[in-house]
Design a protein around this ligand. Structure first.
Ligand SMILES: [Zn+2]
Length: 175
């Protein structure tokens, strides 16, 4: 698999280790080709002795569970992210949501492309931080769901098309 290596892992002011840009990226540029090759299932369970922990898992829209690899495993959440995931035929890429300068921390919104995830207290320090929130796109305030529609992974949007159609209709009918 081709990996793009314009990023590196180092301690983050948000939490633990984070991923940082080694170079500038233009809005829409590709930062990473995510490695989803390690599937976690009953035949290939997590190996805690090898540092494979539950919160290192990622849930793909078709129900497949994968073990996030480095460096994507270290990407922190922000309520004001600069990156988002975009799939092409089930290959996932990390794209820049806006121009990113060298040295900036790479941040994603964990609530995008997620349903029924954990509730957690966010300390991302962004101006629009939601504080305590649930890792579920459909639990975001309606305004944020609408704002984030262009940044949903097309794969997630396809799988959840019925729910998205429903909230678009309710948004349309608001006074
Ligand atoms: Zn936050």
């Amino acid at each position: 698999m081709t990996r793009i290596s314009g990023v590196s892992v180092s301690p983050s002011p948000i939490q633990g280790n984070g991923v940082f840009a080694n170079q500038a990226f233009r809005r829409g540029g590709v930062l990473l080709h995510l490695d989803d090759s390690r599937v976690v299932d009953s035949e290939h369970p997590l190996r805690p002795e090898a540092g494979e922990l539950e919160y290192h898992r990622d849930f793909l829209p078709d129900g497949t569970v994968v073990l996030m690899q480095m460096p994507e495993r270290s990407i922190n959440h922000s309520c004001d992210p600069n990156c988002y995931v975009y799939s092409v035929k089930r290959e996932r890429f990390l794209l820049a949501k806006r121009d990113i300068t060298a040295g900036e921390e790479i941040l994603m919104d964990y609530a995008l492309n997620a349903i029924d995830g954990d509730v957690w207290e966010c300390r991302c320090n962004s101006e629009n931080c939601l504080g305590v929130h649930k890792c579920d796109f459909f639990c975001l305030p309606l305004e944020l769901q609408l704002e984030n529609l262009p940044y949903l992974d097309p794969w997630f949007a396809r799988v959840h098309a019925a729910r998205i159609r429903l909230f678009l209709r309710s948004a349309h009918m608001r006074p």
